[in-house]
Design a protein around this ligand. Structure first.
Ligand code: FAD
Length: 148
């Protein structure tokens, strides 16, 4: 059974392009071996939400593999405040061609307000209950639709 998981987190230090390239190189190498696909977005900003930027990532693959890799990623000290948003079965992959797509978003004002709410603990439960709208997945998938 295919499964997907989306989480968000906060970078623990400023992320240079080299720092992000390192994360991505490891992700791509491991994910190809494990048949994991997905998308990682780094939102590069200092804000009320974060000091050094935020990550949002979707992982898809077999349930066991997705949960295993998420466990590993959760222990990584390059980020913290890791919050699982969704973990559900899916019929088909949303990112079938990407072992791990990546986008560094430097203009944080381009991040939809709807998505920002997910990073704001005061709004999180309300946004979470919004019926039928997986806002984080829609955002992540928008990069795939543009670049695939
Ligand atoms: P290792 O051989 O242990 O390390 C691979 C490389 O990463 C080495 O160059 C090592 O120096 C460097 N590295 C490892 N840990 C750190 C650290 N704490 N600080 C600085 N450098 C370090 N892994 C995946 O497999 N798939 C993913 O999709 C994925 N996504 C990630 C998303 C984020 C936001 C972050 C922060 C990490 C992600 N990782 C991902 C990495 C994951 O957390 C583990 O580091 C990795 O899976 C370990 O794999 P390995 O044992 O093959 O690598």
């Amino acid at each position: 059974m295919l499964h997907y998981l989306i989480y968000m987190s906060h970078a623990t230090h400023p992320m240079s392009d080299n720092n992000l390239d390192e994360i991505l190189a490891t992700a791509v190498k491991n994910n190809i071996e494990k048949d994991i696909t997905g998308m990682l977005v780094f939102i590069d900003e200092q804000s009320a939400f974060s000091d050094h930027g935020r990550f949002i990532q979707v992982l898809e693959g077999s349930e066991e593999t997705v949960k295993d890799i998420y466990k590993t990623i959760s222990k990584d000290d390059r980020h913290n405040q890791i919050t699982e948003l969704f973990s559900y079965p899916i019929k088909q992959r949303n990112f079938p061609d990407w072992s791990m797509g990546f986008k560094r978003v430097s203009d944080a004002s381009s991040v939809p307000d709807e998505l920002n709410k997910w990073f704001d603990p005061d709004h999180f439960p309300k946004a979470m209950n919004k019926e039928g709208m997986n806002i984080p997945l829609t955002y992540l998938r928008s990069f795939y639709d543009i670049h695939k």
